[in-house]
Design a protein around this ligand. Structure first.
Ligand SMILES: CC(C)(COP(=O)(O)OP(=O)(O)OC[C@H]1O[C@@H](n2cnc3c(N)ncnc32)[C@H](O)[C@@H]1OP(=O)(O)O)[C@@H](O)C(=O)NCCC(=O)NCCS
Length: 141
């Protein structure tokens, strides 16, 4: 049975190994990860959840709260979502996204967004609607 829970400091190695598979446009850096991961685990506005079964951590989602003026409140943006390839198609990805949404509701967040070109059907199946284009200016490498 898969359990979804908040990530802890001890999950760093497992999350890093999943991140390495998720990243397609960036090179994973363990040094950068080790600077950021503890901040995410400790921050009340960062939501890093893992899906775990008896075999270990099978997926994770990272979302972040952003206070806005235009939306009349805080929005939660899903930035990373990954499920181990051999474990896909069993509802783990959906469960992780639904856990983010449920926790956001409890914080009275006004909307949940996800900038992605991948897995649109997963999000639309949960009720997300496609809306904006994403413009990106890279400042490093
Ligand atoms: C996207 C991902 C997290 C889905 O994980 P998963 O555990 O297989 O997803 P689920 O089993 O919960 O599937 C939920 C629904 O989304 C659909 N879906 C899942 N992955 C999909 C994909 N890549 N593209 C389109 N639809 C997808 C499934 O068909 C399923 O529909 P159903 O509920 O009607 O059966 C996983 O494929 C993954 O890690 N992909 C690589 C990273 C990635 O693309 N991340 C998303 C970027 S934000």
């Amino acid at each position: 049975m898969v359990r979804i829970r908040q990530a802890a400091a001890e999950d760093a190695d497992a999350v890093f190994s999943l991140l390495s598979f998720l990243m397609t446009s960036y090179e994973p850096s363990r040094e950068a990860f080790d600077r950021t991961y503890p901040m995410l685990v400790a921050s009340p506005t960062a939501h890093l959840l893992v899906a775990e079964d008896d075999g270990g951590i099978q997926g994770y989602v990272y979302a972040c709260d952003v206070p806005t003026l235009f939306a009349n409140g805080v929005i939660t943006e899903i930035l990373e979502l990954y499920v181990v390839e051999s474990q896909r198609g069993q509802g783990i990805g959906r469960g992780l996204v639904e856990a983010v949404v449920e926790r956001a509701r409890q914080r009275n967040v006004v909307e949940v967004t996800v900038p992605t070109r991948r897995a649109g059907e997963l999000y639309e199946g949960i009720g997300f609607e496609p809306t904006a284009e994403l413009f990106k200016l890279r400042l490093t490498g």
